[in-house]
Design a protein around this ligand. Sequence first.
Ligand code: ASP
Length: 325
Amino acid sequence: MPTPSPNPHLPFGDQRTAPWYGRDIISVKQFGREDLEYIFAVAHEMHDMVDHIGTFDLLKGKILANLFYEPSTRTSSSFTAAMERLGGSVIPINEVKYSSVSKGESLPDTVRTLECYTDVIVIRHPEVGSAAIAAKAARKPVINAGDGIGEHPTQALLDAFTIKEELGHIDGLTVTLLGDLKHGRTVHSLARLLSLYKVRLNYVAPDILRMPAELIDELKAKKVEQAEYTTLDQALPETDVLYVTRVQKERFTDEAVFESVKGAYVIDPKVMKAAKERMIVMHPLPRVGEISPEFDDDPRAAYFRQMEYGLYVRMALLAMVLGKA
Ligand code: ASP
């Protein structure tokens, strides 16, 4: 089909010529630095709009299918809030056991069904590669909200946005990823995304939960400075962003192994005495003991603010794939 020419009479530009119109968001590998600058700028505008007018009609009449095969609090509710803040509506399928999935319907058929009724599909699924399978089956844009231990691209985008908003820049920072780096999809996506910047990455994990070697090699080929540790004490003093993760219980087949590593690191006011005064602590949440609530009132605790940044980034992404940004 020839590319239609822009229509100057449309208030938000011709949908079909918007750069992200109709595209899927499956992996952070799809993004370059310019894309990030663009997303951050749109997210920033979304923040202003929410502050000033709350809800507006950019996506009026558009419908999102929120298809979650795994539990979620933040991702699912922030996509819902994002769509509704933009004037659109949502079909939530949070408990696939009440849908035809429980009758054995395949992922491609489920997606083909939902796209008949909606304009965009957000999907979380326990298997790596599931979002890509869904995207292949669908003509409408599909957004990956976590595919097993694979990726969580919208989380990484909101994490990078959080760093930018909180510290003003990303280049030159030392980012320490702590916890379950083997199973944590958020750290897989974030490390890849940060490789677009000049950062130093520290990985702190118990031996059995180390960052996958393929990912380290992938970033090494891009000349990213990386170092691995099993304890935090060496890395903490130089850290600008401490990104804490929970040990992903649901990915373990042997409960005893999980028990042996679950309390490996706990961030509390005492531990944080060794950290810089100007730095931030992030967590994709939920936390299950890795950050003591006693640290919550410290200005460096950015994990609750991080959730709010997620709303603006998801508003930006929905507007982009629906051709309104
Ligand atoms: N909420 C994040 C995720 O879905 C982090 C986590 O569950 O630990 O990956």
